[in-house]
Design a protein around this ligand. Structure first.
Ligand SMILES: [Fe+2]
Length: 399
């Protein structure tokens, strides 16, 4: 009798989950969708974004601080929703809701601030790279993972959720990703699991500026990174990605988001000319460059990219860029100024940690997960590396 009961328990434990999996497998994977995120924010405009694998229509409703609301409808059914909101006021906080095309069902909600017009106004941003690990059972998404992840979302992926919480708690004006947003060949589901799910708390409260890393290029023929973050540019594989680099302005700082992967920055290249002219004509008090591959790294020299070191770095140094932020090395490294430029590597977003072999050129280093918080007031730039403790692990000031 006892023996029979035992077998019943075994049958129940084995058969019920198996039946569940079969059911989910028959139902098939859910279409991938994720959001919200806000990009390309200026003093008067922003793009509110989300993604649907099955083309759909969306509507964005923005509450105006002066009263009333602005409603923007997508022109057509599409996958990447990128709705431009214009006519906004500088340094103003806006709340938005993304609804279905009929404006009935609210799908996402979030907030963002527009860039300030006044160069003296203080702001902050968070920066980190190399976050994009997927949970151990990521590939179950083929078998209905999307339905189960609500229950299991923290398991196997704790670090990214944790770092996102740390960033969200600091309420930065925007969030800069230094590259390697994901590490998987299955990019769409990968971006959902490795980035949009764990970083939702950040993406709901501030705009995103993303640069790409080598791992975002896993599917060479069609890297989804450019579909999601290219700002509507029509880019052709392999050659077209070369015009990725762009700039934006926030307060006193001109930001350069640079491709340190495809672009070789040769002396006669168009992009080098563009960069030289951009820096030559710059009238902003400070310049911060954002790239993935670092020109220098004390991670055993493995991650020093000759092209970046020999072609790109001399331009940045000669034109007196103030701060260069990189990822790729999975650790934190702040260098003493090299050629007058401060270089910080923060590839500490949660993928893994790698050992540093520190040389005398490092001012501070750490093998710890965390993110860089940069506070700007006029010409003053203050950086802090936060690891979840009550005090930052590193602090530096550029006066
Ligand atoms: Fe990486």
């Amino acid at each position: 009798m006892k023996r029979r009961r035992w077998w019943r328990v075994v049958a129940l434990v084995a058969v019920v989950p198996a039946a569940g999996f079969v059911g989910l497998w028959i139902a098939g994977p859910q279409p991938v969708s994720f959001g919200p995120y806000v990009q390309n924010v200026t003093t008067t405009s922003a793009e509110v974004c989300c993604f649907d694998e099955v083309p759909s229509r969306v509507r964005v409703r923005v509450a105006l601080p002066e009263g009333g609301e602005r409603v923007v409808d997508a022109a057509q059914r599409t996958q990447t929703h990128r709705l431009a909101i214009t006519g906004l006021r500088p340094a103003q906080r806006y709340r938005y809701t993304i609804l279905d095309g009929d404006g009935v069902v609210a799908r996402y909600a979030g907030e963002f601030s527009t860039a300030p017009l006044d160069a003296g106004r203080s702001f902050s941003f968070a920066a980190v790279g190399d976050s994009g690990d997927v949970p151990a059972w990521f590939h179950l998404h083929r078998f209905g993972w999307g339905r189960m992840r609500g229950l299991l979302r923290h398991a196997g992926q704790t670090r990214q959720w944790q770092i996102a919480e740390w960033i969200a708690a600091k309420r930065p004006d925007f969030f800069v990703h230094l590259g390697d947003v994901i590490y998987t060949h299955e990019q769409l589901a990968g971006y959902r699991e490795a980035f949009f799910a764990p970083f939702r708390s950040v993406l709901e409260q501030c705009p995103l500026v993303a640069n790409f890393g080598n791992h975002d290029m896993h599917t060479w023929a069609r890297p989804e990174f450019f579909t999601l973050f290219a700002g509507g540019k029509q880019l052709e594989p392999k050659q077209g990605y070369r015009d990725w680099s762009f700039t934006f302005t926030w307060g006193s700082v001109r930001f350069l988001v640079l491709d340190a992967f495809w672009q070789k920055w040769e002396a006669d290249s168009a992009m080098r000319g563009w960069l030289e002219m951009t820096l030559l004509n710059n009238r902003h008090p400070r310049v911060v460059a954002i790239l993935n591959f670092p020109p220098f790294s004390d991670e055993g020299g493995v991650h020093e990219m000759p092209v970046v070191q020999q072609q790109l770095w001399p331009i940045l140094a000669r034109r007196k860029v103030d701060l260069v932020l990189c990822g790729d090395s999975h650790n934190y490294q702040r260098f003493k100024p090299i050629d007058g430029v401060t270089l910080v590597i923060a590839g500490t977003g949660g993928k893994s940690l790698r050992p540093i072999k520190p040389t005398a050129r490092l001012a501070k280093h750490a093998e710890a997960f965390g993110f860089l918080l940069v506070k700007v007031t006029g010409r003053r730039i203050e950086g802090e590396f936060w690891t979840g403790k009550s005090e930052p692990l590193d602090r530096f000031v550029l006066e």
